[in-house]
Design a protein around this ligand. Sequence first.
Ligand SMILES: Nc1nc2c(c(=O)[nH]1)N[C@H]1C(S)=C(S)[C@@H](COP(=O)(O)O)O[C@H]1N2
Ligand SMILES: [Mo]
Length: 427
Amino acid sequence: MTRAGRILPAVEDRRGFLRKSLALASGGAVAIAASGARAQGDPAILKLPAHSTGLGQPVAAHPYGLPSEYEKNLQRRESPGLTRVSQASVSFAPLQGMFGIITPSGLHFERHHQGWWDIDPRQHRLMLMGMVRQPKVYTMDDLMRLPSVSRIHFIECGANSGMEWNNVSVPTVQYTHGMLACCEFTGVRLATLLEDCGADTKKGRYVLAEGADGSGLTRTIAMERALDDAIVAWGMNGEMLRPENGYPLRLVVPGVQGVSWVKWLRRIEVGDQPWYTREETLHYIDLMPDGRHRQFTSIQECKSVITSPSGGQTLLDKGHYNVSGLAWSGRGRIRRVDVSFDGGRNWRTARIEGPVLSKALTRFNISWTWDGAPAILQSRAIDETGYVQPKIAQLRAIRGTRSIYHNNAIQSWRVAASGEVGNVQMD
Ligand SMILES: Nc1nc2c(c(=O)[nH]1)N[C@H]1C(S)=C(S)[C@@H](COP(=O)(O)O)O[C@H]1N2
Ligand SMILES: [Mo]
């Protein structure tokens, strides 16, 4: 069987070819091959290896489990030169080698404005203040005694796919779409805390969320959203948040761009107008063609991408492939995903792999028989509101080319006759 993220045992006459694709793989890209008919007559199956005849490793050799030695290539990666220092940077998730919808905690992308900290939860406090009857300071213990919820949601940085506005400059799906994750988050609903403090949710139309890191990151969130599904979370995928992702407390704002998911959350203020902070006036605004800026574009619109095969990978042979990808919408559930193999002329509806959750990643699969000719693979998602993921040309017609944020255009991968897959743009 084949799967993305693994390079199949080399076939003699293809060794050179495989080595070439391995060299290409340094950016986290991998080669993938057609299914295992070659196993026939393979003598390896007849030999008993050491692991079939000897004693294995004892339990708890790793008190906290680790991935296989053979999976070392599956890593978060930084894009060298993207930012001046690695404390104000991004590490991208290796979407090309991931399955299903849940992001393993160790592969969750990172985006820090001023580095990450491992904050002592015993010292950490959350203050709720502003237009409330009773301002309060909570310890972690206080928070964890309140009724909690667990919800699966995606988080996407508003700048994800931002490099694609101008032209194609990024080789792999890790770098085009890797500021994306989907985890189960556990915490107390922000609505519960607002009620606990007697917040004035009529006149207090906004809340401000503030992080405890040196970047002083602050974002305004509309009260409807705060009362709806926002969570003050400590849990991620069944354990405490990882330090890089805001341990011990982060805000989860489903459907909304990553910057509002304030990490190392220390303060919530209730107010009657937006704060117009740095991260909502100078950054995370969209430059429109007429020179004006669009502000407070928070929702991550419906989007999808084929993760396998994708840029940087190589198809080693003609034949059957399972084309797989992810779809998501900040407005709710995914209704349908269509896939094209000829650059958008013909579309087939992909098989959606459940569960289909609101504001969560949704996995799709579709069978494809590659005939060895050049092809252009695209996916197009439609969400439950009926919104259809746009082409890049449609987006540029309204938004221009000078944006950074909120690019949810259809992604095209070109498969060359050589089997090499690369990033291209189609109108
Ligand atoms: N306190 C604080 N919160 C923050 C940030 C930060 O630098 N400091 N970065 C924001 C941005 S821009 C994004 S996209 C997400 C990234 O979350 P992650 O690092 O868990 O992937 O966190 C947001 N919350
Ligand atoms: Mo972000």
